[in-house]
Each structure stands twice: as structure tokens, then as C-alpha cells.
Design a protein around this ligand. Sequence first.
Ligand code: AMP
Length: 278
Amino acid sequence: MLTFETIKEAQAYLSKIGNKTLGFVPTMGALHTGHIALIERAKAENDLVACSIFVNPTQFNNPEDLKKYPRTLEADLAMLQAAGCDYVFAPLAADMYPSLPSLKFDFGNLEKILEGEFRPGHFNGVGIVVSKLFHIIKPNKAYFGQKDIQQVAVINSLINDLSFDIELVVCDTVREYSGLAKSSRNRRLSATGSEKAANIYKSLNLGKNLLQEGKSISETKQAITKFYSELLDFRLEYYEIVSFENLENLNIYDKSKKSAIVIAAFLEEVRLIDNIVF
Ligand code: AMP
């Protein structure tokens, strides 16, 4: 496994891999088995696999969250090596951003709803860093997790609007046995916090089941409000029943159409997101 620390090194090397296919997994490190599932899928579908590890400052709207984001480079490299990753790109912020970019993306309604509403500027930062990474790595396929459902929609729009010759591959969410979606942020939860956090996935399934049993959107949301009113440690930011197509709120659930429930909640000051598609 080769590790590149600068854009120049990565570009110089990767421009010479010839006609081998390259799969790419962008991450912010603090790797877990969810990330490794993406690496494994990329490995199965390409000749070579590259992973980036970069805690991207431009996508953090909250400086405290950026400061507290876990950084575990040595352990990450060991996991990537064991998973058979070929290249790691782990740049410094000063190399990625010699000056802060003034570039502004407009992802339309996508950047105004859900994560976009609660994390202003987040998707602009994602758009900038992913565009830069795509230019540096030049992969054939890029692997993203369904866990960040709105990010997938943003990347899809980025690839189409900027004509990146890259296939977007979306991978299922890897969960703990309890149902808790694996996340780098889970490391910041206490042992009891981790146990309690399983209620997030429980509430997604509860909502899905109620809708599928024929309950209305408002009845379902009332049941969810009651569910969380009994769990005092959670602070719910949003719990929305949305169309899978554009992530906009549904007024009526139509079982013939693909829908999703998306959630963001704070537990022990850690912001967790998850979703279920049905
Ligand atoms: P992150 O390091 O959190 O930016 O995540 C890097 C990539 O891994 C993103 O495409 C995420 O959606 C994906 N990812 C994160 N957690 C999971 C998970 N539990 N299962 C599958 N993919 C994940």
C-alpha cells in the first residue's frame, strides 16, 4: 500500500497507472467496518483501490465538531492495509486549501432541506472537497454510503452537472448488532450512550412499520414524538418521512413509491444521522 501526503505526489503516481480501473473511497478517517465494506466493494469491482483520509474543514459548520472529530491515522492505515487497499491519499489541510476557496455550489432545494437546513454550508464544502478529490485521484468508480443519503444525492448532482466521468456506487449502511449505524462519531459515545443510540434505528423501523400498516404520516409522526418523549437523553433535530427521489417531505405515504425516513439527533452532545429506505 502506498501513502501519498501531497496532491503532487498523488497526481504524479496515479497518472501512471495506465488502463487499470481505479475505485475510490473518500473518507474522513476514524475508519470502521462501514468504511471497510466500501473498500471491499471497490476492490471486488476494480483493479486498484484508493482511499482518501481527510477531515475536510470546509464542510464543518460547527468549529467544535471539527475539533472533536476523531483522528486515528495509524489505526486507519493498518485497517486499509489489511483490507487490501492500494493507495491512501492523506493530505494536510494546507495542501488542499492554500487559501480558502470562494467557490460556491448551488445544489438547489437539496442544500436547503434536512442536513442542508441544519448544517448551512455543509454541502458546499462537500462539493468542493469531492470535486478536488475527483480531479486528483481520477477514479473510474467512486463509493459512497447510503447512510449519508443526502450526500449521495449531492454527489450524483455534482457528477452530472460537472460531467465527471465517474460511476457513483452507493453501498448499504453497515450497522452494529443493535442496529446502530456505524459511524466515526460513535467513538464519542459512552458505553450506555452506544446502547441508547440503538433507539435511532428502532425509531426508523417503527415509522416504517406504522406507515406500511396504513397509518398516516401525521399519526406516524405523533407516535415518533411519543417514542422520543420517553427517551429524555435525545434531542431530535429532525425526523422526516420523505420521497426517495428528491428527499422532500411527503404528505401522503404511497406504498408503490420508494420512500425514506431520515433522522438527525443529538445524544451525549454527539450528532448522529441515519435513514431507512423502503
Ligand atoms: P465519512 O468518513 O463519515 O465521511 O464516511 C466516508 C464514507 O463512508 C461516506 O460515503 C459514508 O457514507 C460512508 N459510511 C460511513 N458510515 C457508513 C456505514 N455505517 N455503512 C456504510 N457506509 C458508511
